[in-house]
Design a protein around this ligand. Structure first.
Ligand SMILES: [Zn+2]
Length: 636
């Protein structure tokens, strides 16, 4: 709040106000009604909002910088004197009207989370706003990988991660999920590289390295701006689907994700046509901090889902589902994040159900619920129970800190309860209509509740009383009487795990004949805390967990190894932490190391060495985690 007040009182550009006219009033009303206050952006879209971007970037791997020109068009009220952009750690060179006329601008005070407001004088009503700039070493969206941090080891690699508020670290923009714009871009790279974006993309390398035909014709928010540059190849997997990856990974990835077209067909059958044209997947080097990022037209994915048996492709269903929930209908602010993620998890499981049946999705729901329980325990233990609500209040904080599993899994359970209460025959047309009616727009939690009352069930109705939206949205944790997901397949696994732990079942008698990788995950979750060291040895002898190629299984096993000091797995722990940067895996594995007094030092040493391999998103989380735990093994 303090920063916002500071900015609004900073130097005005000395120009007279326009007179109020009827026309102006109408225009103002139109503009104002579209916007909600976003605590994570300095922009004042009710006065002036961007509508399209023409972006030019020169990529230098030598200096690890982008030399950028962002040419914006915008729409403003007649009385608007300024347009405000968000920037963080950018070096601004000049601001002009797209021609030769310089526009006066001012950079406000630096806020460590939000960055700075870039306030530009538009009193002369320039048609364009052209901002020339350089990124810096602190442009946190960018990760510049050296050749040996890639699979091929020969060429450097660059990728971006803009969600939640990092777009402003590589493009001066109005970085609010409620503000959408179209874009085109030209990206100049050193020859031998391919550049791809969240847009229409090339499928072959251009010898000169200049890629000048990027187009995103659908309006998107800034957090969906994305770029990757490197030794990238393309391989088609269907008429509108394909894989981009480093050459050594492209065939493996194309096999793993061969069912993507089937997923799109299943999704369209549920909730209407896929709106974006092509759907491609970029498989990144292993440092990528997330499982996936739903960049339009081009999902960014971690290579840790390449299990060799297509068992972790729910991630693709998830990112694909975002093409409706999130990318078409977008949370208006990060406080409404559950609208993006809860809907997407719900939709993801509906896609997986269409393809693989309910017993499969029951397992996914149970695994998700297990994650939710851990997150809630953490939140209630640390006293952050406000973050255990669906509607968040992230003002004054980095939104990334409050965006937990809760938005995903509690959001999913809430939507599932609505589905079960009203029945699919009523629920599915409702969701389809919702996506269609609000496509290319943004949504708040409050507006969503109103929409339910107007279109699904009436306020005060039996359904309303049964669901109790208030408790789900504004109450912490899970409301009384919620129903916990269950899976027959997992119940059988848990039974065997218990018998094994208590010595009633010999290791060779564990019946895995019908197990998928999900059952193995559940088995390891069930035994992780209580398994004995000699049992770990015999399990490893039989199942070779230390060498598992399935990252979900491997991480659970390595975690158990850190808890119980199973030494044969130590080299694998080190290798994994040095090569993988996915935050979901790093947090529990480093957690298990530093929570064990005998291994805390080893954990710190590995972190010190491996930290440079991680994206800033993971580093920020882990720096905090590693610092708050006291060093138990003090060196005298
Ligand atoms: Zn998601």
């Amino acid at each position: 709040m303090r920063k916002v007040i500071l900015i609004s009182s900073c130097l005005l550009l000395g120009l007279p106000c326009c007179k109020n006219s009827t026309k102006l009033k109408n225009k103002n009303t139109d503009l104002e009604s579209r916007w909600v206050k976003d605590p994570h952006s300095y922009a004042k879209p009710e006065e002036a909002a961007v509508t399209s971007l023409d972006l030019r970037l020169d990529v230098s791997f030598e200096s690890k910088k982008l030399n950028g020109t962002a040419i914006w068009t915008y729409s403003a009220t007649d009385s608007a004197r300024n347009i405000i952009f968000d920037v963080r750690n950018l070096e601004i060179i000049s601001v002009t009207d797209g021609d030769t006329t310089a526009l006066a601008y001012e950079l406000g005070a630096v806020d460590p989370i939000l960055g700075q407001p870039l306030k530009i004088d538009i009193s002369g009503k320039p048609k364009y706003i052209e901002i020339r700039y350089f990124t810096t070493d602190s442009s946190d969206a960018l990760q510049w990988l050296t050749p040996d941090q890639t699979a091929g080891k020969k060429s450097p690699f660059l990728y971006t991660q803009s969600e939640a508020i990092l777009a402003r670290t590589w493009i001066p923009c109005q970085d609010s999920p409620g503000i959408k714009f179209t874009y085109s871009a030209k990206v100049n790279t050193p020859p031998g590289n391919m550049a791809i974006m969240s847009a229409e993309n090339p499928q072959e390398k251009v010898p000169s390295g200049l890629y000048d035909e990027f187009k995103q014709t659908k309006p998107i928010p800034a957090y969906l701006m994305a770029l990757a540059v490197g030794d990238i190849e393309f391989k088609a997997t269907g008429p509108r689907t394909g894989i981009y990856a480093e050459p050594s990974m492209v065939d493996t990835a194309a096999w793993e994700f061969a069912e993507t077209e089937k997923m799109i067909v299943a999704a369209e059958k549920l909730y209407g046509p896929y709106a974006w044209g092509r759907y491609d997947i970029l498989v990144l080097p292993p440092s990528f901090p997330f499982g996936g990022m739903e960049n339009p037209n081009l999902t960014f994915a971690t290579p840790t889902v390449l299990a060799g048996d297509r068992s972790l492709t729910a991630l693709i269903a998830h990112e694909l589902a975002h093409s409706w929930s999130g990318n078409l209908v977008t949370n208006a602010t990060w406080n409404d994040f559950w609208l993006n993620e809860g809907f997407t998890v719900y939709f993801e499981r509906r896609i997986m159900e269409s393809l693989y049946g309910t017993s499969y999705t029951d397992m996914l729901s149970c695994l998700g619920y297990g994650d939710l329980e851990l997150t809630m325990n953490d939140l209630f233990e640390t006293g952050d129970s406000a973050d255990a609500k669906l509607k968040l209040n992230l003002e004054g904080r980095n939104p990334d800190d409050g965006m937990t599993d809760l938005a995903y899994e509690k959001g999913y359970m809430f939507l599932l309860l609505m589905e079960k209460t009203v029945g699919r025959e009523k629920w599915d047309p409702f969701v389809k209509k919702y996506f269609d009616e609000f496509k290319f727009k943004s949504m708040t939690t409050e507006k969503f509740v109103d929409y339910i009352y107007a279109n699904l069930f009436a306020k005060g109705s039996e359904e309303d009383k049964k669901i109790n939206m208030n408790a789900w949205i504004y109450g912490p944790g899970l409301p009384a009487g919620f129903s916990e997901p269950s899976s027959d397949r997992f119940n059988k696994v848990k039974q065997q795990a218990n018998q094994y732990l208590t010595g009633k079942l010999k290791v060779e008698k564990i019946d895995t004949s019908k197990w998928t990788s999900h059952e193995y995950q559940q088995f390891l979750r069930s035994i992780k805390q209580e398994v004995k060291l000699n049992q770990m040895q015999e399990l490893d002898n039989r199942f070779h967990f230390t060498n598992s190629g399935n990252s979900e299984i491997l991480v659970l096993w390595l975690e158990a190894s850190a808890i119980h000091e199973y030494k044969p797995a130590y080299p694998a722990i080190k290798k994994f932490l040095f090569s993988v940067g996915r935050r979901k895996f790093l947090v529990p594995l480093y957690g298990a190391l530093i929570d064990n007094p005998n291994l805390a030092m080893m954990g710190r040493q590995i972190y010190t060495g491996a930290r440079k391999n991680y994206h800033s998103v993971s580093v920020r989380t882990l720096d905090e985690k590693m610092a708050i735990v006291p060093i138990v093994s003090v060196v005298e």
